[in-house]
Design a binder for this molecule. Structure first.
Ligand code: NMX
Ligand code: MLT
Length: 435
């Protein structure tokens, strides 16, 4: 018996009935209006999607099933030393809307361990790639290569009833998440450690085992991984990786294809790749200034030179948020508690003082504050994970928790093919002429 699957089915059945009744009664009520600026402007703010696992407020930041990040740290079951939350618990919360007990989280850790076997051909696919292939390319290909294992694809071929789509989607989700740490660690070790791989340690939790397979020991790094994999997991449905996963999934592509699509979106520098760009930008700045401890004036000059060469300041700005990202603040809190004297961390904090007024002064940046990516690199570098082209893979392992639990909901609620309307500028002009 799978208690999580049973619970999910009960909750989904109830919600499906409720939504059906709501649509019958209110289906034609207006919930939004669209301006021309939004049509040309990347659909900012338009409500077009249901995403049950989390919702983003521009000021408060993300809430997962109603819980903010500081609240999650209080209520979720924690790692062995009781300090940081376990991402397994967040997955449970996102999937069924309840804070799990210690026992339930333990069950989930064990489930993922039993499902964590990566097919041999996936390692062969990875080994066939040039070692300097970007880790995100390797990650996306590894995920797609495991599509051979999809329960959903097999059951669809056999002629599964629509009402049961959620069931093999849940199985694919659990299997895929279970394997991601092994795949990510394999990519890390083949790319940066001469293929000197480390076998899993089945006595550890999902994050602890991941840290171990990366080759970075120590309880503090394991705690960092627990926090990191929790806070990056979901950011409502409109962000590019979530939306891409959702769009691909809406065609009834299985979880493997859908997640690979989402990871390809995460690999862009305006989205998840910003975490590598931030630390690269910081190191380039320190090199250019010839110091490890630049003054605020020196940082301001460097920020202005980046802007005047037509580049963005990585790690700053956001499409929705209008305050410092609570995920940035959670990492700052971690750094204050664990590594407050670290030199790179101190630079990150100085940048936090310097950048917002400069971006504000440009008069066009809607959010001058740091996002999640502004802090993560400094923490990873401290613990020895210095190879920054790997950082987006870490983001991706975490993001899988949110986008795949949301995919389970999409299948359980019977969401249709996503197919918004596009128009041409010619159409816009002729419509304006008639207004
Ligand atoms: N540095 C310089 N200019 C910026 C920045 C920044 N950090 N953020 C926004 N702008 C500019 C933006 O390029 C645009 O300029 P223009 O009109 O000349 O094209 C203008 O300000 C208005 O953009 P916004 O409406 O404020 O931002 P938008 O919603 O379009 O984009 C981001 C949001 C996140 C793409 C943007 O803030 C950015 O490029 N930030 C840097 C990259 C980054 O940190 N991305 C990570 C986001 C979080 N994540 O993990 O996904
Ligand atoms: C995310 O975590 O997905 C980013 O902050 C981007 C977003 O929300 O648009």
């Amino acid at each position: 018996m799978d208690p999580l699957k049973t619970k999910f089915n009960e909750k989904a059945t109830a919600l499906r009935t409720e939504i059906r009744a709501m649509l019958k009664e209110h289906g034609n009520k207006k919930f939004d209006e669209v301006t021309l600026k939004q049509i040309y402007g990347g659909a900012r703010g338009i409500k077009t999607m249901i995403w049950e696992t989390s919702q983003l407020d521009p000021i408060e930041g993300i809430r997962f099933r109603g819980y903010s990040i500081p609240e999650l740290r209080e209520v979720l079951p924690k790692g062995p030393d009781g300090k940081e939350p376990r991402p397994e618990g967040l997955f449970w919360l996102m999937l069924v809307g309840e804070i799990p007990t210690e026992q339930e989280v333990k069950w989930l850790t064990e489930q993922w361990l039993t499902r964590s076997h990566v097919p041999e051909h996936t390692f062969k696919v990875l080994d066939s790639l040039p070692v300097n292939t970007h880790p995100m390319t390797q990650f996306s290909l590894a995920i797609a290569s495991m599509q051979t294992e999809s329960c959903f694809a097999r059951r669809y071929d056999e002629g599964i009833d629509k009402a049961d789509y959620w069931d093999p989607t849940y199985e694919d989700t659990m299997n895929l998440i279970a394997r991601l740490p092994r795949i990510a660690a394999y990519i890390y070790r083949r790319t940066y450690h001469n293929g000197d791989h480390i076998s899993p340690d089945v006595s550890q939790d999902w994050s602890g085992n991941f840290a171990h397979m990366l080759g970075i020991e120590g309880d503090d790094f394991k705690n960092l991984m627990r926090l990191y994999l929790t806070i990056h997991a979901d950011h409502e449905g409109g962000n590019a990786s979530a939306h891409a996963t959702h769009l691909v999934g809406s065609t009834l592509s299985d979880a493997y294809y859908s997640l690979a699509g989402g990871m390809n979106a995460l690999a862009g520098p305006l989205h998840g790749l910003a975490n590598q760009e931030v630390i690269r930008w910081i190191f380039k700045m320190l090199d250019a200034l010839g110091t490890k401890s630049p003054s605020k004036e020196q940082i301001a000059d460097y920020v202005n030179s980046t802007l005047s060469s037509g580049q963005v300041i990585p790690g700053y700005g956001h499409a929705v948020l209008r305050q410092p990202d609570p995920r940035f603040m959670a990492q700052k809190r971690f750094a204050e508690e664990y590594i407050k004297d670290d030199e790179v961390v101190k630079v990150v904090w100085k940048i936090f003082d310097v950048v917002p007024p400069i971006l504000e002064s440009l008069g066009k940046v809607k959010n001058p504050w740091p996002n999640v990516d502004a802090h993560s690199g400094a923490l990873l570098v401290h613990y020895g994970l210095k190879e920054y082209s790997f950082y987006t893979v870490l983001f991706g392992v975490s993001r899988a928790l949110g986008v795949l639990s949301a995919l389970c909901w999409s299948r359980a609620l019977g969401f249709p093919l996503e197919r918004p309307k596009s128009v041409t500028t010619e159409w816009v002009k002729s419509t304006l002429a008639k207004m």
